[in-house]
Design a protein around this ligand. Structure first.
Ligand code: ADP
Ligand code: ZN
Length: 728
């Protein structure tokens, strides 16, 4: 394609505005490159966009308006354009919404002021106030990247006038050109760990892939502690030697402190972080540096896939099975799949690492689409935890107690030895149900089809769907009886209470995402635990995600059956993965670990598989069941969610869609529903779901686009397409 347009040429400009296609403009004075970031007139407004290609024409060309100016940014590379187009087509997301993911950082929808505020070495304000002190503290504690005035005031939690006051008094000053610190250099040739035979072989295979300069995906499987990270760090080193960039995606980026240190130890400098906790200023700078190739290794959340890498050689997706890789609002995409797409366009290698791969990746490997490498043993002396079920059917516990005598005994013995125990329960809050003992009323959210969950630390009820909170009432909201509200069932906070009562001497720490005010506080909490600051850890699924607690030797699961309820065909897979991940936290260092799973169904095939049954056999049985049902990875699915404040409207629209299923039937697929969505109401919107099940090779996206294109949702109704839904 032509990559430069002369002044007056017709160019198509894609903006993040919700239009269905790029609009034509005249190239400005001096011309513009393909991919250039530009400002264009749109109606009475000025908006930013990207020169997407030659204009389509076909209208009165005299009316074509001109590009106002070309922004001072490196043009978007063609590779990124192709990626965005393919990702949009795959997920049936409008292209402008995809573009938004790739341009959020430079702030194209809201052009940033480039003037940055700096501390003046000797300047002190004539009068110091708390607010002023906070601003100066923020400036000093960050040291490196500068803030714009607005960012600085946001970060310090003061109004902009406080900062302006400091400027006036000469304590800080504003300057146009950002003074970027040099980016750290990561050196791949520093000595890494000496790999074991098995690890070295794995690393060599992936290295060859990178040297080939071609796309390829490797599924790197191995129990927790087998050295998957060591292996893929060698792949990162190889990418750096080839002067290409590497991206490592982690599911829980807030907990990555330990990982950052590990990379620093290996390569002599810290990698670049990319996630929602990074300030806007840093993000802009990172965006630029990634584009120039100066940021060699990025460790990030799924949105890092949309960074403008200059030459991407490797993408690692760690814990590739993790459900949080699926983005659940806005553009619905699975970062694991988009990583493969991105790499195939960039000619890069992908490493999917997991102790418990998704059935999707497992079948892709079996089918030869992915290379499969398995690390069979834990590194060094570490052995896999001894896993046992505690059959709860015969256990008599006092009311409101959940820790069985066996588990209690095991924790006691750890306490005596100075080792840590983890009590795992995948439920945030104090108790899942708050019930009135007088009338039987259960407190529910007014806006959602969900119960309100008591959070005793906050002294509030919280809806886990919409986030609405209210103070814990004293009277029943229904019958007004006083003092009759009771907590029913356990949440992590309640487990903390029980553990504290059973082991009054022990230091008990609770790790649940809602108990930390910020990502920084959470990181701090995790570090404290890793360093031995707690004897008993009570945690939700947050703790299952790949950190190293070297002193942890016992994992007790309160309710191993929790995930097996319900009709979701993925329940077995998810439970297996979660239980194995959690158990894998025990005994990573020189001390052997133990995992005890409290269950009412010890004979359940999934529980048996978790307890060390034949893993391959479990996956094969799962696979057979999915194949029989014709669902992913053996068939394809799409979900359509319709939502509206008006229940009648969503059902009418759903029924209308179900009737017009000809485009779906034409590809040999079927429509199921409409039925109430798994959560039938969120934030006051009723939700109805239709599911499409198609044979594996069928052109699903095309058919779905045609199908939903037949209906016009009313003003209040939203229609969302979810290709490859998480649950079915
Ligand atoms: P995984 O990613 O599979 O959970 P890691 O790569 O984190 O495993 O390895 C587990 C622990 O063993 C880490 O502390 C790691 O540094 C250590 N380790 C693994 N392989 C080696 C090796 N070859 N030499 C030294 N330490 C190793
Ligand atoms: Zn709610």
């Amino acid at each position: 394609m032509k990559d430069f347009f002369d002044e007056g040429d017709l160019v198509a400009v894609l903006t993040t505005q919700p239009l269905d296609r790029p609009l034509d403009y005249r190239a400005p004075e001096g011309g513009c490159h393909l991919g250039a970031y530009v400002e264009v007139p749109l109606g009475p407004r000025k908006v930013h966009g990207v020169v997407w290609g030659p204009g389509a024409g076909g209208f009165d060309l005299k009316k074509a308006r001109s590009v106002i100016r070309v922004l001072d940014l490196v043009p978007m590379r063609e590779e990124m354009q192709v990626f965005l187009e393919k990702a949009a087509a795959y997920t049936l997301t409008p292209l402008p919404a995809m573009l938004r993911l790739a341009t959020r950082a430079p702030g194209l929808s809201d052009p940033p002021s480039m003037r940055k505020v700096y501390r003046r070495g000797d300047g002190e304000p004539a009068r110091m106030t708390d607010a002023r002190a906070r601003v100066l503290e923020v400036l000093e504690s960050y040291g490196g990247p500068a803030f714009t005035l607005k960012e600085l005031s946001d970060e310090a939690g003061v109004t902009a006038s406080v900062v302006k006051g400091l400027v006036k008094q000469g304590a800080v000053f504003e300057e146009d050109t950002p003074r970027d610190l040099p980016f750290p250099h990561l050196d791949p040739d520093l000595p890494g760990k000496t790999l074991t035979g098995e690890q070295a072989k794995a690393a060599a295979t992936i290295r060859e892939g990178i040297q080939s300069d071609r796309y390829g995906t490797t599924l790197l499987r191995g129990v927790t502690g087998s050295g998957k990270t060591e292996v893929y760090l060698e792949a990162v080193a190889e990418a750096l030697r080839q002067r290409r960039q590497a991206l490592v995606l982690l599911p829980e980026i807030a907990l990555s402190a330990e990982f950052m240190t590990r990379i620093e130890q290996r390569f002599g400098a810290r990698p670049t972080e990319w996630h929602s906790g990074v300030t806007m200023t840093e993000r802009r700078r990172t965006w630029k540096m990634v584009g120039q190739g100066a940021a060699q290794v990025v460790v990030g959340a799924r949105s890092a896939l949309f960074l403008p890498f200059l030459d991407l050689g490797l993408i690692v997706v760690d814990e590739e099975h993790d459900t949080s890789y699926k983005q659940e609002d806005g553009a619905l995409y699975n970062a694991r799949d988009m990583a493969v797409l991105r790499a195939s366009i960039a000619g890069a290698q992908v490493v999917l690492a997991s102790a418990t791969p998704s059935l999707e990746s497992w079948t892709n490997a079996e089918a030869g689409k992915y290379r499969k490498i398995t690390l069979t043993s834990r590194f060094g002396a570490a052995v896999l935890p001894d896993m046992q079920a505690i059959d709860m059917r015969g256990v008599q516990l006092p009311s409101n107690r959940w820790i069985s005598p066996d588990l209690q005994g095991a924790i006691s013995s750890r306490l005596e030895k100075g080792e840590q125990s983890l009590i795992f329960l995948n439920r945030r809050g104090y108790a899942p149900v708050t019930l009135c003992r007088a009338c039987g009323h259960q407190i529910a959210c007014e806006h959602c089809d969900a119960r309100m969950v008591e959070h005793r630390f906050l002294k509030r009820l919280v809806c886990h769907q919409c986030g609405e909170t209210r103070p814990m009432p004293e009277k029943c909201p229904s019958c007004e009886a006083e003092g009759r509200l009771a907590a029913v069932g356990p949440g992590v906070e309640r487990m903390t209470e029980e553990a504290t009562a059973l082991f009054p001497e022990a230091r008990v720490a609770t790790l649940s995402s809602d108990l930390f005010s910020s990502a920084r506080a959470l990181k701090e909490g995790v570090r404290n635990i890793a360093e031995g600051g707690a004897d008993i850890i009570i945690g939700t699924q947050l703790v299952a995600k790949g950190h190293n607690f070297p002193l942890l030797t016992l994992v007790g699961v309160i309710d191993a059956d929790l995930g097996l309820q319900g009709s979701d065909l993925r329940a077995a897979e998810r439970t297996f993965q979660l239980m194995r991940q959690v158990s894998g936290r025990a005994g990573r260092a020189d001390k052997p670990g133990q995992a005890l799973l409290q269950t009412y169904q010890p004979e359940h095939p999934v529980i048996r598989a978790i307890l060390g049954g034949d893993e391959e056999a479990f996956w094969r049985a799962e696979a057979a069941e999915r194949e029989q049902a014709g669902v992913p990875p053996y068939g394809r699915m799409a979900g359509i969610i319709l939502s509206s404040p008006d229940m009648q409207e969503v059902f009418d629209l759903g029924n209308d869609l179900a009737r017009r299923d000809a485009p779906i039937r034409a590809i040999g697929a079927q429509v199921f529903g409409p039925a109430p969505a798994p959560i039938a109401r969120i934030r006051g919107r009723h939700r109805v779901r239709l599911l499409v099940k198609a044979p594996k090779g069928a052109p699903l996206q095309k058919a779905v686009a045609q199908w939903v294109g037949q209906v016009r949702p009313g003003n209040q109704t939203r229609l969302t397409v979810d290709i490859d839904p998480q649950s079915f």
